[in-house]
Design a binder for this molecule. Structure first.
Ligand code: HSE
Length: 443
């Protein structure tokens, strides 16, 4: 009876055997009996696609016979393909080939989804297969399925969160130890939280790709990574972090996706990633080390918060295996999961229309009339000042001559007005330097 079609194992191929891939293979093997019971059929690992042959992979504990460098062939021999290679190519070609051959795909590839998600969705629809990618955003945290399915009857207004563990670790270290940016990155690298080349994380590319995926699902609108306003954390200094502390705030790299209207009343979507001050009493301020957390606000549900590990082998593998079980169940029971939903097709609003608040530090001359000139620059751009703090800067400080540091926090204003104000301030002869500009959220 072993040839009974209903009991034929579902063939699984895993592409990539790095930290996540090896955890997927190990858990798939260790929990195979439970997975089979949940799916209703065994899952049989038929191969692990790797880039280079001959590496010593005995430590992975994976049967050597399963490794292949011919992933193009491997994907034609599977019912379900897990892609954890990352990057655009060869991941895209392999996913498309797998779908052409009738395989459903589970991927953790945020960069590819943010750049070319519609192509993958179209191929999945054409070939009648599933495309699942819970692990692409915030690792272990169930977030995409709630947006795609649980909240399908509601209207999401806002998604706000910390979706990059590396930068959260760096900013948390700067806050707790007073370290500068470079020192905190070195600590993160020593502990394995940051890559040797941390650019994708610290410049906000990783978070921007995740924000694009979240916004697409939340607002039923295509949002690509290039639609996201992106600023990283490389300019955040120990002085900024101390200044935030003085206001009882912390600096966090936030992904903010909003359904909003511009000045003319046009409804659209605003998606941005940038460092921001948030009050220490805000729940996101308590997200320490490399953890992730995301708030979702929906019209009927109100506020929801999701928290957990956003990276790492086992946490990410948990999300991958959850998707694998879901797509495997569809094979057993028939049907498919949800495809792309872009019916709302809202315009992407420019950053200049986004209404936000700024925290600005200015190094100024300390003489009569300086504050008035600075205040005029704000007034001329219709930006209202909420608070001003002044600290004396002794002549011994860099810059020589005795001066002052002005720290100004504004009320909410369009980002275009705020950035025009900063440009005007930097032209004022009494302003020696616009030392830092950070947005303020959650107050
Ligand atoms: N590098 C990411 C982070 C994990 O630091 O959160 C993978 O998306």
């Amino acid at each position: 009876m072993s040839d009974q079609p209903a009991m034929r194992p579902l063939r699984v191929a895993v592409l990539g055997c790095g930290v996540v891939g090896s955890a997927v293979v190990r858990l798939l093997t260790e929990t195979s009996a439970d997975l089979a019971a949940r799916v209703g059929r065994p899952l049989e690992l038929v191969g692990v696609g790797v880039r280079r042959a001959g590496r010593n992979r005995t430590a992975s504990g994976i049967d050597e016979a399963l490794f292949t460098t011919d992933s193009h062939d491997l994907v034609t021999r599977a019912d379900l393909v897990v892609e954890v290679i990352g990057g655009i190519e060869p991941a895209r070609s392999l996913i498309l080939r797998a779908m052409e051959h009738g395989a459903s795909v589970v991927t953790a590839n945020k960069a590819l989804l943010a750049e070319d998600g519609p192509t993958l969705y179209a191929a999945a629809a054409q070939h009648g297969v599933d495309l699942y990618y819970e692990a692409a955003v915030a690792g272990a945290i169930p977030l995409l399925r709630p947006l795609r399915e649980s909240l399908a009857g509601d209207s999401v207004r806002r998604v706000l969160g910390i979706v990059n563990g590396t930068t959260n670790y760096v900013l948390d270290k700067m806050d707790s130890s007073g370290a500068g940016f470079s020192e905190a990155v070195e600590q993160a690298q020593a502990l394995g939280y940051a890559e040797a080349d941390p650019t994708a994380d610290v410049e906000g590319f990783d978070a921007a790709a995740k924000a694009a995926i979240l916004a697409s699902l939340a607002f039923h609108t295509r949002v690509r990574g290039s639609d996201v306003h992106r600023e990283g954390i490389t300019e955040v200094s120990a002085t900024d972090v101390q200044s935030a502390k003085d206001m009882d705030c912390v600096v966090k790299l936030l992904a903010i996706c909003e359904r909003t209207t511009d000045a003319s009343g046009l409804e659209g979507v605003s998606v941005r990633v940038h460092p921001a001050l948030i009050p220490r009493s805000h729940p996101l301020a308590g997200v320490r080390e490399a953890f992730n957390a995301v708030f979702v606000e929906a019209d009927a549900a109100g506020q929801l918060m999701f928290y957990g590990r956003g990276a790492g082998g086992d946490p990410t593998a948990s999300a991958v295996l959850g998707d694998l079980v879901a797509v495997a169940r569809h094979r057993v029971l028939g049907g498919r999961g949800p495809g792309e939903s872009t019916y709302a097709d809202l315009p992407i609003l420019p950053m200049g229309d986004c209404v936000t608040r700024y925290h600005i530090s200015l190094d100024v001359a300390d003489r009569p009339g300086v504050l008035a000139q600075v205040a005029s620059a704000f007034a001329e751009h219709d930006v209202s000042i909420e608070t001003v703090r002044q600290q004396l800067r002794p002549a011994s400080a860099p810059g020589g001559e005795h001066g002052a540091v002005l720290v100004i926090v504004t009320h909410r204003a369009p980002d275009a007005a705020l950035s025009a104000t900063v440009a005007a301030l930097s032209e004022l002869p009494v302003v020696r330097e616009v030392a830092s500009v950070l947005r303020v959220e959650g107050m």
